[in-house]
Write a protein that binds this ligand. Structure first.
Ligand SMILES: [Zn+2]
Length: 270
C-alpha cells in the first residue's frame, strides 16, 4: 500500500459515503463557491479510496503530481483508460460547468459529455464533477437517482453537507482535512471530445496548414493564420502553397482529392 501523508483511517468519512464510494460506478456532484475547497475534496476522496483500497485507478483533468492519478483531457484517452484498466476506477472532472454548460442540453457537446458520463459508469468507474453552483451545469446531469448518486455541498473548507440520493439520506462530513495530493488549480484542462494532434514536430508548412484548417469556419485572413508563426500574409500564403505541393508529393498522386473535386465541378458547370 502506498505511503500517505494523511492517515485515511483517521479521516472521519461518513460510513454511507464509504459505501457509495465502494460501488462499481457512481456519480457525485461537488459544489461550492470559489476557494471553498471543491478540488481538495475531490482529490481527498481519491486519496481515501486509494488508502482504503476501495478503488484501483484514478484520473482527472487537473494536473497533479500524484503518481497514481493520471491526467486525462480528451475522450480518446479516456476510452483507452476505461478499456485497458481492469478494476474500479474514479474520474474527477473539475470545472464541469465549462464542459457541460447549463442551457446547453440540446448542444452536441453536452450530449457527447453526457455520453461520456454514461460510458464512465459502464466501465466500473465513479465520476466526480465539480462546479461552483448547480446553475452552471446542464440540468440533465443533476437528475437525482437517475444520473446523480450524491451531491456534496461545500459549506466551508472543512465542512460539507452530503445529499446522498443513493441511500436516501442527508448527512454532514466534518473535519475535512487537506489532501496530500499536490495539484495545480490553475492547470485544469478543458475536456475535449477529440485528441489534439501534436503538430509542433512537423515542417512549418504543415503547421501553418493545420492552423488554417482550424480557422475553416471563421473568417480568417492569411495574416491572422500566420500571426501565430510570426509570418506576414504573403509568407503564410507561400507556406500554404508549399504545403499543397509537398502533400501532393507525399501521396505520389498526380491529383490531390481537392483537384479532382474542382475538375468534376468545372465539367458540370456551364
Ligand atoms: Zn506541409
Amino acid at each position: 500500500m502506498a505511503a500517505l501523508d494523511i492517515d485515511v483511517e483517521d479521516v472521519p468519512l461518513p460510513p454511507l459515503l464509504i459505501d457509495l464510494l465502494s460501488q462499481d460506478g457512481f456519480t457525485i456532484f461537488v459544489k461550492g463557491p470559489k476557494e471553498m475547497g471543491k478540488t481538495n475534496l475531490a482529490m481527498l476522496i481519491m486519496e481515501i479510496c486509494q488508502g482504503l483500497e476501495l478503488r484501483k485507478f484514478y484520473a482527472t483533468n487537473i494536473k497533479t503530481e500524484c503518481y497514481y492519478v493520471e491526467q486525462i483531457t480528451n475522450k480518446p484517452d479516456l476510452d483507452q483508460w476505461l478499456n485497458k484498466k481492469h478494476g474500479k476506477k474514479t474520474f474527477a472532472m473539475d470545472e464541469l460547468g465549462k464542459n457541460l454548460r447549463k442551457f446547453g442540453f440540446a448542444s452536441k457537446r453536452n450530449q457527447d459529455m453526457m455520453d461520456v458520463i454514461q460510458l464512465i459508469r459502464h466501465f466500473d468507474c465513479g465520476f466526480i464533477g465539480m462546479a461552483p453552483a448547480s446553475k452552471f451545469v446542464d440540468s440533465g446531469f443533476l437528475i437525482a437517482n437517475d444520473i446523480l448518486d450524491a451531491e456534496i455541498r461545500k459549506l466551508s473548507k472543512g465542512f460539507a453537507k452530503v445529499i446522498d440520493y443513493y441511500h436516501g439520506e442527508t448527512y454532514f462530513w466534518r473535519d475535512i482535512p487537506a489532501t496530500s495530493i499536490k495539484y495545480d488549480s490553475k492547470d485544469i484542462a478543458k475536456f475535449d471530445m477529440e485528441k489534439e494532434e501534436d503538430t509542433t514536430k512537423l515542417p512549418l508548412c504543415c503547421q501553418v496548414a493545420a492552423r488554417a484548417a482550424k480557422f475553416k469556419e471563421a473568417d480568417a485572413s492569411m495574416a491572422k493564420i500566420g500571426a501565430f508563426f510570426n509570418l506576414n500574409a504573403e509568407q503564410t500564403k507561400r507556406e500554404l502553397i508549399k504545403h499543397l505541393k509537398h502533400q501532393k508529393n507525399f501521396f505520389h498522386a498526380s491529383q490531390t482529392p481537392e483537384e479532382v473535386d474542382v475538375h468534376e465541378k468545372s465539367e458540370k458547370s456551364p
